[in-house]
Design a protein around this ligand. Sequence first.
Ligand code: PEP
Ligand code: CO
Length: 459
Amino acid sequence: MTDLIPALDALRALHPPQQPVYDDPAAVDAVVGQLRQLPPLVFAGECDDLKARLAEAAEGRGFVLQGGDCAETFDAVTAASIQRRLRVLLSMGVVLTYAAEVPVIKIGRIAGQFAKPRSKASEVRDGVTLPAYRGDAVNGFEFTPAARRPDPNRLLRAYYASAATLNLVRAFTKGGFADLHRMHSWNADFVRHAHVSARYEQLTGEIDRALAFMRTIGVDGGEAYRTVDFWASHEALLIDYEHALTRIDSRTTLPYNVGGHLLWIGERTRQVGGAHAELLRRLRNPLGVKVGPGADPDDIVRLADVLDPDHEPGRLTLIARMGAARIREALPPIVRAVEATGRKVVWVCDPMHGNTFEAANGYKTRSFADVTAELDGFFDVHAELGTWPGGVHFELTGDDVTECVGGAVDVSEADLESRYETVCDPRLNRQQSLELAFMVADRLSQLDHPRSRAVADVM
Ligand code: PEP
Ligand code: CO
């Protein structure tokens, strides 16, 4: 390994938080050695392309849609599940593109989101204490001593699960499935609520007419109509795994993590000088950072200085996850402090992680109303500060689950038990996801876009 990448032992010596405790360190090292030999899942040039798109979003000329499972599972690495997740994200992307009048940068929490930080290291059920579930890359969800034992071989499985997922994502997004002419079919069978369905039908109708018009006048949009750029992201949590997937790019001789296009550091692991920041600051990938309501603006600036010393456009995406009740007071000081450094970051709103609560029947849930309230707060804060609301980050799934309460097809607390399938945080189902896309689209269409500002300037 070169000087460009810190040694794995040096990172381990920093005692990174949220790492599994394995009982056989030699087995971990053997797995890491195997991972190092495996081919990249993404290419460095693709990471550069995403960074260039994100630079546009930082300047108000793009909007990020990032979404997917809280925790992917090995069981859900099936064609049907991947297709459903992609379909809901693509539908949301079209809704947003139509409203935003700027390109929508579609980033999945997919093909690598197999490890989770936990607030407690162990879980107690009926007097039995076992290690907490930390994602399929670490241990099993089942509450048995065997399943919960961290197993390093799962890191290899996570790599292969990511490869299989990404392979299908690439096929779907480049091979015809994402063709705009097929928009109707993406959702034909699932938009159940009359209002959401009417809006979706109206939108697809308008797009169909626009496409027909373009054909009539002899314009063929070619690839732009038939393929979609789609990027893979996950939380860079497991130092062993992320280190093994950090490689020197032959074009630039610089380090990239080739396990995903964008990696983010979570709220619990973003310490300046910590192993996560020390590894990620060396990478040339675009980076995200989660920012919670208790974040000190000076700390965030210090972290931004570490991760983005050169104020590189598109390098840094700050994902605020404040909670509906906190965003209006907690976000502005952070935005002001970061903007004062002169760098442009992408401001993204994660309206999920600050709004989790336990329902009376014990299910961990989120309310659709809180999610929209946080999004409203996010758009209002940026409107007041004159900064660009650069994107949204959702936990969602393509399935008809009942994990978040509310929405047009109102999921009640009593409904939660009927299809509560997440292994970690509650996700929006596909109805709720699409409904939310329309809500965000409405806020976006009210914005004073840089482009319309430019037009206004000359008039
Ligand atoms: C997550 O995105 O699933 C997560 C754990 O987020 P945070 O780090 O913001 O709590
Ligand atoms: Co989560």
